[in-house]
Design a protein around this ligand. Structure first.
Ligand SMILES: [Zn+2]
Ligand SMILES: [Zn+2]
Length: 102
Protein backbone atom coordinates (compact mmCIF):
# COMPACT_ATOMS: atom_id res chain seq x y z
CA UNK A 1 0.00 0.00 0.00
CA UNK A 2 1.23 3.44 -0.86
CA UNK A 3 0.51 6.52 1.09
CA UNK A 4 0.42 10.10 0.02
CA UNK A 5 3.43 11.97 1.36
CA UNK A 6 1.40 15.15 1.43
CA UNK A 7 -1.76 14.22 3.25
CA UNK A 8 -1.21 10.63 4.31
CA UNK A 9 -4.17 9.17 2.43
CA UNK A 10 -3.97 5.85 0.69
CA UNK A 11 -2.91 6.23 -2.92
CA UNK A 12 -4.95 4.66 -5.66
CA UNK A 13 -3.12 3.02 -8.51
CA UNK A 14 -4.22 4.34 -11.85
CA UNK A 15 -2.44 3.95 -15.17
CA UNK A 16 0.63 2.66 -13.36
CA UNK A 17 0.69 5.79 -11.30
CA UNK A 18 -0.27 6.32 -7.74
CA UNK A 19 -2.72 9.08 -7.28
CA UNK A 20 -4.09 10.54 -4.12
CA UNK A 21 -7.84 10.83 -4.20
CA UNK A 22 -7.80 13.51 -1.60
CA UNK A 23 -5.26 16.08 -2.72
CA UNK A 24 -4.54 14.93 -6.28
CA UNK A 25 -0.93 14.18 -5.52
CA UNK A 26 0.53 11.92 -8.19
CA UNK A 27 3.42 9.66 -7.35
CA UNK A 28 5.75 8.57 -10.08
CA UNK A 29 6.23 4.93 -10.84
CA UNK A 30 8.42 3.36 -8.25
CA UNK A 31 11.97 3.99 -9.18
CA UNK A 32 14.66 1.68 -8.03
CA UNK A 33 17.00 3.67 -5.93
CA UNK A 34 20.46 2.62 -6.75
CA UNK A 35 23.16 3.15 -4.27
CA UNK A 36 25.34 5.83 -5.63
CA UNK A 37 28.72 4.47 -6.40
CA UNK A 38 30.01 7.92 -6.87
CA UNK A 39 30.43 8.58 -3.24
CA UNK A 40 32.74 11.48 -2.98
CA UNK A 41 36.17 10.07 -3.11
CA UNK A 42 38.37 10.87 -0.25
CA UNK A 43 40.27 14.01 -0.78
CA UNK A 44 43.88 13.43 -1.38
CA UNK A 45 44.93 16.64 0.19
CA UNK A 46 46.17 15.70 3.57
CA UNK A 47 43.75 16.96 6.09
CA UNK A 48 45.27 16.61 9.46
CA UNK A 49 44.37 17.56 12.93
CA UNK A 50 45.91 20.64 14.33
CA UNK A 51 47.65 18.87 17.14
CA UNK A 52 49.46 16.65 14.69
CA UNK A 53 51.23 19.54 13.06
CA UNK A 54 53.39 19.97 16.10
CA UNK A 55 55.37 16.89 15.23
CA UNK A 56 56.15 18.00 11.71
CA UNK A 57 59.36 19.74 10.89
CA UNK A 58 59.24 23.27 9.61
CA UNK A 59 60.83 24.67 6.54
CA UNK A 60 61.27 28.00 4.88
CA UNK A 61 58.31 28.16 2.59
CA UNK A 62 56.24 31.21 1.85
CA UNK A 63 52.58 30.89 2.65
CA UNK A 64 50.52 31.83 -0.39
CA UNK A 65 47.85 33.19 1.83
CA UNK A 66 49.48 35.35 4.45
CA UNK A 67 53.07 35.56 3.29
CA UNK A 68 54.47 33.93 6.39
CA UNK A 69 57.81 32.35 5.55
CA UNK A 70 57.66 29.31 7.79
CA UNK A 71 55.56 26.21 7.22
CA UNK A 72 55.27 22.69 8.51
CA UNK A 73 55.81 20.11 5.83
CA UNK A 74 55.17 16.43 5.33
CA UNK A 75 54.98 14.05 2.44
CA UNK A 76 52.20 11.76 1.43
CA UNK A 77 51.88 9.14 -1.22
CA UNK A 78 48.91 9.75 -3.45
CA UNK A 79 46.78 6.83 -4.57
CA UNK A 80 48.46 6.36 -7.92
CA UNK A 81 51.41 4.14 -7.25
CA UNK A 82 53.47 5.59 -10.06
CA UNK A 83 53.10 9.06 -8.71
CA UNK A 84 55.82 10.59 -6.73
CA UNK A 85 55.31 11.65 -3.20
CA UNK A 86 53.52 14.90 -2.79
CA UNK A 87 54.73 17.38 -0.30
CA UNK A 88 52.27 19.28 1.81
CA UNK A 89 52.82 22.51 3.64
CA UNK A 90 50.97 24.12 6.44
CA UNK A 91 51.56 27.67 7.43
CA UNK A 92 52.71 27.99 11.03
CA UNK A 93 50.88 31.27 11.30
CA UNK A 94 47.47 30.99 9.62
CA UNK A 95 47.30 27.19 9.34
CA UNK A 96 46.70 27.44 5.64
CA UNK A 97 47.51 24.08 4.05
CA UNK A 98 48.61 23.62 0.51
CA UNK A 99 50.37 21.05 -1.57
CA UNK A 100 53.42 21.40 -3.67
CA UNK A 101 52.63 21.34 -7.34
CA UNK A 102 55.22 20.09 -9.69
ZN1 LIG B 1 -2.84 13.43 -0.67
ZN1 LIG C 1 49.81 31.69 6.25
Amino acid sequence: MEFCPKCGSVLIEKNKKYRCAKCNYVAKKKVKIEASEKIAKKQEVGIIKDKDTDVFPTTTETCPKCGNREAYFWSAQTRAADEAETRFYRCTKCKHTWREYR
